[in-house]
Structure formats: C-alpha cells, structure tokens
Design a protein around this ligand. Structure first.
Ligand SMILES: Nc1ncnc2c1ncn2[C@@H]1O[C@H](COP(=O)(O)OP(=O)(O)O)[C@@H](O)[C@H]1O
Ligand SMILES: [Mg+2]
Length: 235
C-alpha cells in the first residue's frame, strides 16, 4: 500500500488534476484506489463523481476530510483496505496538509511557472521540513506542471532554478505541459489514457510521472523532450 500526498499550499497548481490522473492510472492498472480530498475545494471529489456516472471505467472511491485529525483517523482505518491512497491537499495552515505529510510514503509538490507559484515553494519547504523532522524520511518530488510547451521557455527554467534553494525537493527530470487534454480528462474524473482520442504527449508525460511514483529512480526516467516532436507544440 502506498500513500501519495499531492500537496501545495498554493491553489491552482494542478493538485486535483494530478490526483485524478494518478488515481485513474492506478485504477486502470487494476489497483483498488482511494482518493482522500483534504482540500476545501471539492475538485477531485466532483471529478470522481463524474467518473462514477459511467460503467466503462474502474471505480475509484473518494472521501473528503478537511481536518487533520479526521483525515488521520480515516487513513488509519482505510489503509489496509486499498492498494493505493492518493491525498489531494492544499491550504496554507491546513491541518489536513500536515496530516497528509505525516502519513504519506511519497509527496508530490506540483508547482507552476510564475512568481507567486514559486514563492509557495518556500512555504512548502518549511512544512515539509517540519514533517520530516518528526518521522521517517520520505521522498518529496517537485513537479513543474502547467509548463510552457516551448522547449527553451525562460519561465520554465526560472521556475525550475528556484528549486535549487530548497534541498528538500527532488526535482523531476521532466515537466508536465499545460495541455487541454489534462484539464478535460481530469474534469471527467479520467486519466488522459482513458479518454478517446488519446493525446500521446499528455500520456507520455503522465507515464513518466507514474514511473517515478512506482519507485523508479527519477534519474532513470527520460528527460522532458517529447519523442513526438521535441515538446514544442501547445496541444
Ligand atoms: N497540465 C495541465 N494542463 C492544462 N490544464 C491544467 C493542467 N494542470 C492543471 N490544469 C488546470 O489548471 C487549473 C487548476 O488546476 P487544479 O488541479 O484545480 O489545481 P489545484 O488543485 O492545485 O487548485 C484547472 O483549471 C485545471 O484544469
Ligand atoms: Mg484542488
């Protein structure tokens, strides 16, 4: 059983989008997945309700606990019953975020290009270091999401270089580009592999993320160049 916390105190960086992508992929692989929505925003919960309208996709259970103690109790009670638990948490001083960081096996911190988004890395750095000071170590992967599609984007490289200041993060050697298929699939509660027609670039980026979450060392996963066309389109 693996618990993945998808956490950032900043909203709008893609936590819920990625929670749905990851949960969808795990479910597609035949795993029994629980999503805990620990955010006041109900995005992942509403998206997974849409998923549940159809029999075409393996089901994903979703519950919402906004408060840390409830989230901890629910996690303790349910961890033996699921193959994977994905926790979607935001909020600056959220007790749910602290709870998620107390129980996770791995943390994924999505962040987006832009100053406000990058500043949130500092706030998360403190929360993460606090969590790590009280428990067994766990990997913290920082993923640039909503990246520009241009291979030589200055905004992307500025955001990535901000990570250098915070050793708590392991930088992933790829990015997730802002692509409509991520947004539209996630809205339906689906991974980009589950929608038709498939967008090969979005699928390729998600595959790399899943490899890392499956425990493959990040340095073994290919870089951000897209084999389809060098990653230069704006799908
Ligand atoms: N890789 C992506 N490509 C395109 N749109 C994205 C991507 N990631 C997130 N979005 C969109 O950005 C917005 C914020 O994403 P969301 O997952 O709700 O963020 P958070 O949960 O961190 O607040 C949503 O409109 C979502 O559809
Ligand atoms: Mg959200």
């Amino acid at each position: 059983m693996t618990t993945i916390a998808i956490a950032n105190s900043k909203g709008g960086v893609g936590k819920s989008t990625l929670a749905v992508q990851i949960a969808g992929e795990k479910a597609r692989q035949g795993r029994d997945v629980l999503v805990i929505n620990g955010d006041r925003q109900k995005s992942s919960e509403l998206a997974l309700l849409n998923r549940a309208q159809s029999d075409d996709f393996p089901p994903i259970t979703c519950v919402r606990y906004e408060h840390g103690p409830e989230l901890l109790a629910a996690h303790r009670a349910m961890k033996g019953k699921y193959d994977d638990i994905v926790i979607d948490v935001g909020g600056r001083d959220s007790s749910a975020m602290r709870a998620a960081l107390a129980v996770c096996d791995v943390a994924l911190v999505p962040f987006a290009p832009g100053s406000f988004e990058v500043w949130a890395l500092e706030e998360m750095d403190e929360l993460l270091r606090n969590a790590l000071s009280t428990r067994d170590p766990f990997p913290v992967y920082a993923l640039l999401n909503l990246a520009e599609a241009k291979a030589q984007s200055a905004d992307n490289s500025d955001a990535l270089s901000a990570l250098d200041e915070y050793p708590v993060y392991q930088q992933l050697p790829f990015v997730m580009v802002r692509r409509k298929p991520f947004a539209s699939a996630a809205g339906q509660g689906l991974s980009v592999h589950e929608v038709r027609p498939k967008n090969p670039k979005a699928c390729y980026e998600l595959d790399k993320l899943m490899q890392v979450l499956d425990g493959r060392p990040a340095y073994e996963v290919a870089d951000s160049l897209d084999p389809v066309d060098g990653g230069t389109d704006v799908a």
